[in-house]
Design a binder for this molecule. Structure first.
Ligand SMILES: [Fe+2]
Length: 182
């Protein structure tokens, strides 16, 4: 079950309805998806080959068709982060700094867990821990970051529109001039 921690209060919540409502104020869509037993089984593997990834996508075909029709996410693939994957820390380091993309970032977690941090337009921040059976759609342009917990174990579907641009644009380029900066 997801946990949402608004960093400007002392009141984290694990109530899906509350999470959905608060995230909606940030323009973020949050859903819970039914998780077939076979999907959980596949997500528990230490490695997923092409055949297993294709099977996972098939298991969620109905939801994927729905998202293609309602949100234009016509393509999907599977990403499986594991602690012993070569280069995993370097790969994760691209996402753990505040950034945005020109396209939506859409994930459905099938196994493991990961944390999204989001910065609202007013600068207030929330942390959202997502677990298996949870879906999120972050709109293009929203400041966010992502990190894994110590297990570094996440299996997720990535949904996207045609030719997405997920090049991370990091904060810092527009921080302005600091007082007394020489
Ligand atoms: Fe991102």
């Amino acid at each position: 079950m997801a946990t949402l921690t608004p960093l400007y209060t002392a009141n984290p919540t694990s109530d899906p309805a509350e999470i959905k409502a608060l995230l909606a104020t940030l323009g973020i869509e949050f859903e819970t998806w039914a998780l077939p037993a076979r999907a959980q089984e596949l997500a528990s593997q230490s490695r997923l080959g092409d055949a297993e990834k294709a099977e996972l996508l098939t298991l969620f075909q109905e939801k994927l068709h729905e998202k293609a029709a309602t949100a234009g996410y016509r393509s999907a693939d599977v990403v499986a982060i594991r602690p012993d994957l070569p280069g995993v820390d370097e790969a994760l380091a691209k996402f753990d700094k505040v950034h945005f993309h020109d396209d939506d970032e859409v994930r459905a977690i099938v196994g493991g867990e990961g944390v999204f941090g989001v910065v609202g337009d007013d600068g207030r921040q929330v942390l959202l821990t997502l677990r298996a059976g949870e879906y999120i759609s972050l709109p293009a342009g929203i400041w966010h970051w992502f990190y894994c917990l110590d297990s570094k174990n996440v299996t997720a579907l990535r949904l996207f529109k045609d030719n997405p641009s997920w090049v991370a644009r990091y904060r810092g380029v527009d921080r302005g001039v600091r007082p007394n900066a020489s």
